[in-house]
Design a protein around this ligand. Structure first.
Ligand SMILES: Nc1ncnc2c1ncn2[C@@H]1O[C@H](COP(=O)(O)OP(=O)(O)OP(=O)(O)O)[C@@H](O)[C@H]1O
Ligand SMILES: [Mg+2]
Length: 279
């Protein structure tokens, strides 16, 4: 086993500490037709630091996607505020933010190339620049040979990679990912995680990743926020301390197992509550 002193994964701190996104006292309550309103989230207060890789874990239905939608500007908080780069986010996705959704959001009527190009074209980017970015993103995502295919001709995991490529083409300063690897098998998931880290390092963007995999969260993140059962709030935010040049060797670090146990300890109770097995 590698010692802490010699492991390159812990050699260099990854964070620079400036606030990139500030979530302040945010709550979300959904009105439900013919039923009691659903208090889905919060109050939640936390920051995403410039350039960090932040993961969110929490029991199913606790409000993770609701939180991501608020940060993305896809819905507005019932109470509280979200700021991205100092400006309040409300009702629309700010320039510089890209979202990858939990479900496959590829457009079935467009080729893989046109799917990946969609956002960049809508932003009015020159076609030569679009082509350069799309070619790079498709190659990065292992889809170079599928540019002319349609989503129906791809596997579920490949379709999800098309959606990640579409986000990547936008060169976002903030990337919001809602369980993007959920449809992938374990091996592909691990490889995609490594690719995600490479992408994060290359672009310097801030990443917020929602995942139900504790392993994935521990392996990839600078910080991990663990949420309570609905209405979700952060029970704890743990700093991993990994260096920026990390990879799969992080799993050999003695702290890897300790972090997994710590997060599972918190999550287990909340998951039991969410299932109605503990109050
Ligand atoms: N548009 C909506 N209208 C009413 N209730 C909603 C709406 N969207 C979400 N909810 C409710 O809010 C709660 C949180 O939902 P959310 O999708 O954020 O959970 P989640 O943590 O992402 O779950 P999962 O891990 O299963 O994806 C759930 O109880 C859900 O039923
Ligand atoms: Mg969700």
């Amino acid at each position: 086993m590698l010692s802490l002193d010699t492991n390159p994964a812990v050699a260099e701190p990854a964070l620079c500490g400036t606030t990139h996104v500030a979530v302040t006292g945010a709550t979300k309550t959904f009105a439900v037709l013919d039923g009691a309103p659903v208090h889905a989230l919060g109050p939640v207060t936390f920051d995403l630091r410039q350039g960090e890789f932040f993961s969110v874990v929490g029991p199913s239905g606790c409000g993770k996607s609701t939180l991501l939608d608020l940060v993305a500007g896809l819905s507005s908080p019932t109470e509280g505020h979200i700021h991205f780069e100092g400006a309040e986010v409300r009702g629309q996705v700010p320039e510089g933010v890209a979202v990858v959704f939990q479900e496959d959001a590829s457009f079935p009527w467009l080729t893989v190339f046109d799917n990946a190009a969609f956002g960049a074209r809508r932003n009015g980017l020159r076609e030569s620049e679009v082509k350069e970015r799309v070619d790079h993103a498709l190659a990065f995502m292992g889809l170079a040979g599928f540019a002319k295919s349609y989503p129906a001709q791809l596997s579920g995991g490949m379709r999800q990679r098309v959606c990640i490529a579409r986000a990547m083409v936008l060169r976002p300063r903030l990337m919001l990912l809602d369980e993007p690897f959920g449809a992938l098998d374990q091996q592909t998931r691990l490889l995609m995680g490594e690719e995600m880290l490479k992408l994060w390092r290359e672009t310097g963007s801030t990443v917020m990743l929602i995942t139900h995999s504790i392993d994935e969260a521990v392996l990839l993140s600078d910080r991990i926020g663990t949420m309570s059962a609905r209405p979700g709030t952060f029970i704890d935010i743990v700093e991993t301390g990994w260096g920026r040049e990390r990879g799969s060797e992080t799993a050999m670090d003695p702290r890897y197992g300790a972090l997994q146990s710590q997060i599972w300890g918190m999550l287990r109770n909340e998951s039991l509550k969410a299932l109605g097995l503990r109050v």
